[in-house]
Design a protein around this ligand. Structure first.
Ligand SMILES: NC(=O)c1ccc[n+]([C@@H]2O[C@H](COP(=O)([O-])OP(=O)(O)OC[C@H]3O[C@@H](n4cnc5c(N)ncnc54)[C@H](OP(=O)(O)O)[C@@H]3O)[C@@H](O)[C@H]2O)c1
Length: 277
């Protein structure tokens, strides 16, 4: 049995689908199983990572866990991640944690969760994806309403990754021993600036979309409201500023692990065109 947390999210939903299609037994975690809408044959159970004990009854018979950490506050990670990791380790299961490159900084929530997993004694793989292509769904409302995307740091160059590529790497780590102890930096095939991403969406939609540079202070207010976390909004802004100075890294992890090149951003847009129409 493989347990998938974040099973209704961008990556977890793909992980569940790929595992189910391979005939693996899957137990999917959601806070609201009744509305999870996961494939037939998948067990859907209720648990909340804010209450680690709620996970415990669902770990029976589990040999691998796909773990996401849904909280951005480092204090929440310090308070709860060690217990979550210990509960899983006590069952002898491995942990494939959806982390981020920011885990290099030990005080970030990603760094804290990685450390909790390492210290639990469970076998682990850390997936450190760059930005998700799915983040650009944040522009969908503006694109449905008009031809202009107003956002900060148009010159920030990112190597956005398709969630299906991430899920394929996760499935390899969940089902084979080849990735134990690996920290995989995972990216798309190339970098595009945010302004180029908007143009790429326009090409798929057959429309001419334009970029409008949003002042950083205005963006900070909007992001703080959307994340509900001012420190995390600042982290995002600092990240984009950094990718203006130096483009995000491009790695060959997807190709090495899956045998096919990483999917392009244009392919991701085509897969999600309905969301922008
Ligand atoms: N976006 C990026 O660019 C990026 C880059 C690197 C790493 N990451 C990491 O990726 C992770 C997010 O993955 P995602 O984008 O696939 O998720 P997502 O689409 O944001 O969905 C969040 C998932 O978390 C679950 N969830 C939320 N609160 C929960 C709680 N209290 N207890 C249990 N489950 C809870 C939700 O399930 P229910 O609502 O069904 O309970 C949902 O399945 C984050 O940890 C993020 O740091 C993101």
């Amino acid at each position: 049995m493989i347990l998938v947390t974040g099973a209704t999210g961008t990556v977890g939903r793909e992980v569940v689908s790929l595992l189910a299609a391979r005939g693996e037994r899957v137990r999917a975690v959601s806070r609201r199983p009744a509305t999870a809408e996961l494939p037939d044959g998948v067990q859907v159970v209720a648990a909340d990572l804010a209450d680690p004990a709620s996970l415990a009854p669902h770990l029976t018979g589990v040999r691998a866990v796909f773990l996401i950490w849904p909280f951005t506050d480092p204090a929440a990670a310090r308070a709860r991640a060690p217990e979550v990791a210990r509960l899983i380790a006590a069952r002898g299961a491995r942990i494939v944690y959806l982390s981020a490159p920011g885990a290099e900084y030990p005080e970030t929530f990603w760094g804290i969760v990685e450390r909790a997993v390492e210290e639990s004694g469970a076998p682990w793989t850390f997936l450190r994806p760059v930005g998700f292509a799915a983040n650009t769904l944040g522009w969908a409302g503006q694109i449905r309403a008009g031809d202009v995307v107003r956002w900060p740091y148009g010159a920030a160059a990112r190597s956005l990754v398709h969630e299906r590529d991430l899920a394929e790497v996760a499935v390899a780590a969940l089902t084979t021993d080849d990735h134990l102890g690996a920290r995989h930096l995972i990216s798309g095939p190339t970098t595009l600036t945010q302004e180029e991403q908007v143009h790429a969406i326009g090409r798929v939609l057959g429309r001419e979309l334009r970029w409008s540079e949003q002042p950083v202070e205005e963006a900070r207010r909007a992001l703080t409201a959307s994340f509900g976390d001012a420190a995390f909004a600042d982290l995002a802004l600092a990240g984009w500023a950094g990718f203006v100075a130096e483009p995000e890294a491009v790695t060959d992890t997807v190709e090495t692990v899956t045998g096919h090149p990483a999917r392009s951003y244009a392919e991701w847009v085509a897969d999600h065109a309905a969301d922008f129409r």
